[in-house]
Design a protein around this ligand. Structure first.
Ligand SMILES: NC(=O)c1ccc[n+]([C@@H]2O[C@H](COP(=O)([O-])OP(=O)(O)OC[C@H]3O[C@@H](n4cnc5c(N)ncnc54)[C@H](OP(=O)(O)O)[C@@H]3O)[C@@H](O)[C@H]2O)c1
Length: 290
């Protein structure tokens, strides 16, 4: 599985034994409102996925909890049989309830079921990457992940998972996971305005582990900042473009998975992320989250 060259902004980077484009795609926004139910426009959802791959993106992030199940079903419908270069990352550790909540589901039997369901819905025999999602909708919570992560390690040894990662975690949980088995990435909330993980990103970069920021554009509440708007206006770019370009320049171990349900936004984000920010631009933008 290789993506040796790309014209996408950020180029490529190793993720486990694969090479992926640093500009990836997060599929969560393809489900209905608040990530529940089907998309408003089924054909456009399929078009976004196909366009992402046609434009050269080789890293897609998903979960069976999106919809639930809807996002994985769309990915399979749009892209199966998958191109050899495509790397699909999924995550386990939560279910959905009827009110759209994300109740944790991390007992060994829950995780085994979720891995089996991801395999089945995506239509693959081995999952490229499974992130163990800890914490809750408010963010990471302290506590041991050993039992849950150990179950994923067993599933990896059984040949159902190629790579492991952790998500929505504290730095202590990252360290704990790494005492149990190698991880290829950490997926946490991070963007221009939420920089809690600055030190973690640098520590992971030193150890050649990828960091995959979720909500790179602010998620359900798009990033809003006077400074961001000012820098964007000066550069003749959109605030979204500047936010993505800043992430790509923040550290080489950052892999982007911005979400969108629109082919127009997908193309706009790819073009925008290629913006080159000067040291002065970066210094000004750094004042937002500090
Ligand atoms: N591990 C976890 O716990 C966790 C949690 C949340 C998310 N994730 C992953 O992270 C990925 C990224 O997060 P996200 O999709 O929630 O948030 P995001 O990438 O920060 O933002 C997506 C939002 O920005 C809008 N948007 C995108 N491009 C735009 C543009 N050019 N102009 C205007 N609006 C634009 C989208 O609306 P449109 O659809 O209208 O473009 C969507 O509402 C998800 O897809 C998911 O795979 C993981």
């Amino acid at each position: 599985m290789n993506a040796p060259t790309t014209s996408l902004p950020g180029g490529t980077r190793a993720l486990g034994d694969s090479t992926v484009t640093r500009f990836g795609y997060g599929a969560m926004q393809l489900a209905g409102p608040w990530v529940m139910g089907p998309p408003a426009d089924h054909d456009e959802a399929l078009a976004v996925l196909r366009e992402a791959v046609d434009l050269g993106i080789t890293h897609i992030d998903t979960s069976d909890a999106y919809g639930p199940y809807i996002t994985n079903e769309l990915i399979r419908e749009a892209l199966h049989p998958y191109p050899e270069s495509l790397f699909i990352a999924t995550k386990v550790g939560a279910n959905r309830d009827t009110r759209g909540g994300w109740p944790p589901a991390r007992r060994p039997e829950d995780l085994r079921k979720q891995v089996q369901e991801n395999l089945q819905r995506l239509g693959v025999e081995v999952l490229d990457l499974v992130n163990l999602r800890m914490g809750d909708a408010e963010g990471p919570r302290p506590g041991s992940l050993a039992e849950a992560f150990g179950t994923l390690v067993e599933l990896q040894r059984e040949g159902l998972i190629r790579h492991l990662g952790v998500s929505n975690v504290t730095e202590e949980q990252v360290a704990e996971a790494r005492t149990i088995a190698p991880i290829v990435c950490v997926q946490n909330m991070y963007n221009l305005a939420h920089r809690h993980d600055d030190d973690l990103i640098d520590h992971l970069a030193a150890d050649n582990i990828a960091y995959v920021p979720f909500f790179p554009l602010g998620g359900f509440t798009p990033l809003q900042s006077e400074t961001l708007s000012k820098v964007a206006a000066r550069l003749g770019a959109t605030p979204m473009s500047v936010a993505l370009a800043w992430l790509l320049q923040r550290s080489p171990n950052l892999l982007l998975i911005p979400g969108t349900s629109s082919t127009a936004h997908l193309r706009e984000n790819i073009t925008g992320a290629g913006l080159v920010l000067s040291d002065d631009d970066v210094a000004e933008l750094n004042s937002i989250g500090r």
